[in-house]
Design a protein around this ligand. Structure first.
Ligand SMILES: *[C@@H]1O[C@H](CO)[C@@H](O)[C@H](O)[C@H]1NC(C)=O
Ligand SMILES: *[C@@H]1O[C@H](CO)[C@@H](O)[C@H](O)[C@H]1NC(C)=O
Ligand SMILES: *[C@@H]1O[C@H](CO)[C@@H](O)[C@H](O)[C@H]1NC(C)=O
Ligand SMILES: *[C@@H]1O[C@H](CO)[C@@H](O)[C@H](O)[C@H]1NC(C)=O
Ligand SMILES: *[C@@H]1O[C@H](CO)[C@@H](O)[C@H](O)[C@H]1NC(C)=O
Length: 512
């Protein structure tokens, strides 16, 4: 720490400042091309149309005042990417599969569950140790089998969350459109939870129903993202901003833009009107229109969260981080677009793993605002970055202790933290950073040794999508049984359609 303090002093940066508040914004399944600042410089008519449809003015402004991390790498699917982020490990060192939350291997009480192995230390624990007040809102998807697996067990004092890959934005059940699965309980459960000092269990509020689904209000009260936004705004409102020893760490994990593609009617209508009024063409894909409406909704929410921090006088000392768990899914119904990158969610090509990421907020040094950082940053680095900001050692001593026992029992041991020290200093000073000189394992099949990348084995969704995707011809292709469709469809925990022909199921076409 002494060294990094010295570094900050040398740059005339934060040395005198207190620890910054941290707002971590995690989007779900956001495509590279589904964000405004990746749509600048449109040349062709199609590129201009694509650019018009993506409306993220708040995000674009935050990027203009912050630093875009152009080479940020995550993992090709959500559960492992989130486990990597929250544990500071590369995904292959923490979780490689998106297994169902009920999956269990009784022979291994440490790693034998979905999510982060029980005895690894979570990000929340680290920042809390450094004095932060820690709060979690939104999608978890990093395990739930024991109390240690939940946000509370990972160091978040309060949380308002759902545990699984997705739920229904209206009724909060884990329906097949949300998860691609029919569970042994026939998706009967609501997945929406509360954890705080006095209560840990299901959310029981009146807005657990889909009663407001047909409302024409822009932000109806039972829309899940509205509930999440309200919750995070409460957290900000109740934070004691004069307590400089205990800054705020708020992790806001959107459900947006994951399936099911559901958005308030008002946004759905408005996005079409906006595109037409700006001289664009009408949407020729229902799913693309829904996704763009959802993107606008996310952008508005971010606007409200940042406004609240400003209103509290916290903004000048806030670090905002925005990222997504993986690249956009380009199958139906995911309907994202990673143009001009190749591939999408489930693939190791850049479209699946190079994720739209930036930092912003008053804590970003003035001379770096509006810049693009080209150094390699990994999803596993944030754990270490935040440990350093909190002034704690990122080493996971709990995991080291568990390893003694695991070794004795002949069970697989827990990997140490992979996050690199010095990333934030590198981003703030514009230097290539700690990953410039060594390769980064992206998965068991892919290695990045910039400017080279090795992708091996069988990969799915290897295509390049165009600037306007999915579109009319995508719809025809799906109808003709030529895909792209979802590969991970499961019934009672059995994968259906390992044979690519068999995955071409009609029920995955264009749900509304
Ligand atoms: C914890 O959550 C429960 C259920 O929402 C709520 O009734 C209670 O007031 C909360 N407790 C605290 C300390 O926030
Ligand atoms: C807020 O923090 C300050 C500084 O630690 C403290 O003096 C004050 O009592 C706190 N306010 C509340 C409402 O807890
Ligand atoms: C944002 O804040 C405004 C003003 O309070 C509110 O009307 C709106 O519902 C909030 N949420 C979104 C997504 O716009
Ligand atoms: C893992 O954590 C649980 C819960 O804290 C504890 O009971 C158990 O002894 C730990 N196991 C190891 C191997 O450290
Ligand atoms: C429309 O989608 C197809 C794939 O379905 C893609 O090849 C094409 O480039 C897209 N068109 C545009 C204008 O992006």
């Amino acid at each position: 720490m002494a060294k990094s303090l010295l570094f900050f002093c040398a740059l005339g940066l934060a040395s005198a400042k207190s620890k910054p508040h941290i707002l971590f914004l995690l989007a779900d399944d956001l495509g590279w091309a589904n964000i405004g600042y990746h749509r600048t410089g449109a040349q062709t008519e199609d590129e201009k149309q694509g650019a018009l449809e993506v409306q993220t003015p708040v995000i674009d402004q935050l990027v203009a005042e912050g630093v875009a991390l152009d080479r940020h790498y995550a993992y090709r699917i959500c559960g492992p990417a989130r486990s990597a982020l929250l544990s500071g490990r590369q995904a292959p060192h923490v979780l490689v599969k998106n297994v169902a939350v009920t999956a269990q291997n009784r022979a291994d009480p440490v790693s034998g569950y979905a999510g982060i192995p029980r005895n690894m230390t979570g990000m929340g624990v680290k920042v809390k140790e450094g004095g932060y007040r820690t709060h979690y809102t939104g999608k978890w998807d990093a395990g739930m089998a024991t109390p240690e697996h939940t946000p509370f067990g990972r160091g978040f004092e309060t949380s308002f969350l759902y545990f699984q890959h997705a739920n229904d934005y209206w009724n909060k059940k884990t329906g097949i459109q949300a998860t691609g699965e029919i569970t042994p309980c026939l998706n009967a459960f609501h997945d929406l939870m509360i954890e705080n000092a006095t209560y840990r269990g299901p959310y029981k509020g009146a807005d657990l129903t889909d009663a407001c689904k047909h409302s024409y209000e822009p932000t109806p009260s039972c829309y899940e993202e509205k509930m999440f936004e309200d919750h995070s705004l409460e957290i900000i409102k109740n934070h004691n901003a004069s307590d400089v020893e205990h800054p705020l760490f708020l992790f806001h994990a959107f459900h947006l833009l994951h399936t099911p593609l559901q958005v308030p009617r008002y946004y759905y209508d408005q996005i079409e009107k906006d595109v037409i009024s700006k001289g664009g063409k009408s949407f020729d894909s229902e799913n693309r229109r829904l996704l763009m409406a959802m993107t606008k909704y996310m952008d508005d929410t971010i606007g409200n969260l940042t406004k609240a921090l400003k209103a509290k006088g916290m903004w000048d000392n806030t670090l905002v981080v925005f990222t997504t768990d993986n690249g956009g899914p380009i199958y139906v119904p995911g309907s994202a677009n990673n143009y001009p990158l190749r591939g999408g969610k489930y693939s190791d090509f850049d479209g699946g793993v190079r994720t739209a990421t930036f930092i912003s907020g008053g804590y970003v040094p003035a001379e770096r605002r509006g810049k693009v950082h080209e150094g390699i940053v990994s999803v596993s680095d944030w754990y270490t970055i935040f440990s350093e900001l909190a002034g704690v050692d990122p080493t996971d001593t709990q995991a080291e202790k568990a390893n003694v026992w695991l070794k004795e029992k002949g069970l697989s041991q827990l990997a140490p933290v992979d996050g690199k020290k010095g990333q934030l200093e590198a981003i703030f000073s514009g230097s290539p950073g700690p990953r410039a000189t060594e390769p980064l394992f992206l998965s068991g099949n892919a290695l990045l040794d910039f400017p080279y990348k090795l992708v091996t084995g069988k990969q799915v969704y290897m295509v390049h999508t165009g600037p306007v995707f999915p579109n009319c011809s995508t719809i025809s292709s799906v109808k003709a049984g030529k895909g792209p469709d979802f590969i991970d469809f499961a019934v009672l925990e059995k994968k259906v359609g390992q044979n690519p022909q068999a995955t071409r199921t009609k029920q995955w076409s264009l749900p509304l």
